[in-house]
Design a protein around this ligand. Structure first.
Ligand SMILES: C[S@@+](CC[C@H](N)C(=O)[O-])C[C@H]1O[C@@H](n2cnc3c(N)ncnc32)[C@H](O)[C@@H]1O
Length: 203
């Protein structure tokens, strides 16, 4: 992958899923990306419709960008798929590749909202609904696709603490689409709004 693009324009979307955005480096590690690009792959393997500009890359192995070369990093519902150590290493990588004044925005399922909804759930299945939502069970799917289930959950304190530990001085909780990233509405979808915690940090 090129690492010499003009630094002010480089935008990276970590764990983009199927929502790769034009103009961003959309990184995802799903094995179905490779299958979907084989001749007849989508029909043979019934792969999801991966946009052509999604690049397969395992971000636990680092970010393929030069230090100080990236302006914006966005990651939605991906950091919770890593162990704490992996997420810290990834946040440190984000700090490394961002230029001074660059911005990291991390969106995760908000543990506080999930706990609140459990406490208000009067149904007999409340405890099961709660555990299902946490999605912490590891299984065969994780061997095929590391990251299929969650490995940890964050609230505002633990996510800000993680980013601080990685070097960011003042991570802050933000509103949906309340961001210093230009045209945030192109990448931040409405569909995650009700369940998400948004934290942004400046390098
Ligand atoms: C829950 S999806 C989120 C997709 C999208 N960002 C969203 O908010 O809807 C998590 C994504 O992270 C990707 N992922 C998991 N582990 C990864 C890794 N090590 N490197 C890159 N992507 C990874 C998965 O393939 C999956 O597409």
């Amino acid at each position: 992958m090129a690492t010499t693009v003009a630094s002010q324009s480089v935008k990276v979307n970590i764990g983009c899923g199927l929502s790769g955005v034009p103009g961003w480096y959309n990184l995802d590690n799903s094995p179905t990306i490779a299958l979907s690009r084989l001749p007849f792959g989508p029909r043979l393997f019934k792969t999801p419709p991966w946009p052509p500009d999604v690049r397969r890359h395992d971000v636990t192995k680092g970010l393929p960008f030069a230090s100080g070369s990236v302006a914006y990093i966005y990651s939605s519902h991906t950091f919770e798929h890593f162990t704490y150590e992996q997420s810290l290493a990834l946040a440190e990588e984000c700090f490394r590749v961002l230029q001074p004044g660059g911005i990291l925005r991390v969106v995760v399922p908000d543990l506080k909202l999930i706990v609140r909804s459990y406490l208000h759930d009067e149904s007999a299945m409340a405890s099961h609904n709660f555990l299902q939502r946490l999605c912490l069970n590891r299984g065969i799917r994780d061997l095929l696709h590391p990251g299929a289930n969650h490995s940890q959950m964050f609230d505002n304190r633990s996510l800000c603490h993680l980013l601080q530990a990685a070097g960011f001085s003042r991570p802050a909780v933000c509103q949906f689409r309340g961001s210093a990233i230009p045209e945030i509405e192109r990448i931040e979808g409405e569909e995650r709004r009700s369940e998400s915690l948004y934290v942004e940090a400046l390098k």
